[in-house]
Ligand binder design. Structure first.
Ligand code: TMP
Length: 208
């Protein structure tokens, strides 16, 4: 069996985790061994980098440092977890991947999407997802959902205009790469969203 690589994207609070759990069960029912990874993190080294990036005390972090730290954590995740799992024919679901850097650092921080893809292409080689689900939710709604949870991290503490740029960025990428990035209305019910995701997975991996 060939490996399957799917990434899940969207603003904070858009319900990615819930959908990843459901997608995992679905792919298991299809006979796959599943690997779930989250970004930044997913490896011992990546979790340390995550701590450095998201620590609210690190206010002085430059945007370029931030971009490179995300890319470093991702490079480690690809070489240690994602690459080997795909070679073994597993299904990998990644909670955030390159598109998070494209929108948060490229658009939100203003470093430019092209710069972000260039850095990441260098860091990751040819390991690329075949399907990217974008949980489309207005920034206000996402942050409202998040604020009900405990402490906000350094990214979540950014102002609303930043988070709006992020969501607009995702919408733009979805129009630029429609063959890979599929936007799904995150205000639909959990079940409706799951069904839409399954439809896309079937189409890309199990038909024809
Ligand atoms: P999360 O684990 O709650 O999704 O938190 C990760 C935060 O990091 C989230 O606010 C999005 C942000 N992020 C980036 O800014 N760039 C990236 O490349 C990734 C993976 C995440």
């Amino acid at each position: 069996m060939e490996g399957i690589f799917i990434t899940m994207e969207g603003p904070d609070g858009s319900g990615k985790t819930t959908q990843i759990d459901l997608l995992k069960k679905y792919l298991e029912s299809r006979g796959y061994d599943i690997v779930i990874a989250r970004e930044p993190g997913g490896t011992a080294i990546g979790e340390v980098i995550r701590e450095v990036i998201l620590n609210p005390a690190h206010k002085e972090m430059s945007h370029m440092t931030e971009l490179l730290l995300y890319a470093s954590a991702r490079a480690q995740l690809v070489s240690q977890v994602i690459g080997p799992a795909l070679l073994e024919g597993k299904a990998v679901i990644c909670d955030r991947f390159v598109e998070s850097s494209a929108v948060y650092q490229g658009i939100g921080r203003g470093l430019g999407v092209d710069t972000v893809y260039e850095v990441n292409n260098f860091a990751l080689g040819d390991v690329k997802p075949k399907l990217t689900i974008f949980m489309d939710l207005d920034a206000e709604e996402g942050i409202k959902r998040k604020k009900k949870q405990a402490n906000l991290d350094r990214m979540e503490m950014e102002d609303m205009t930043f988070h709006k740029r992020v969501v607009e960025g995702y919408r733009k990428l979805a129009t630029l790469y429609p063959e890979r990035i599929v936007p799904i209305d995150a205000t639909l019910s959990i079940e409706e969203i799951h069904n839409r995701i399954v439809e896309e997975v079937e189409k890309r991996f199990f038909m024809g």
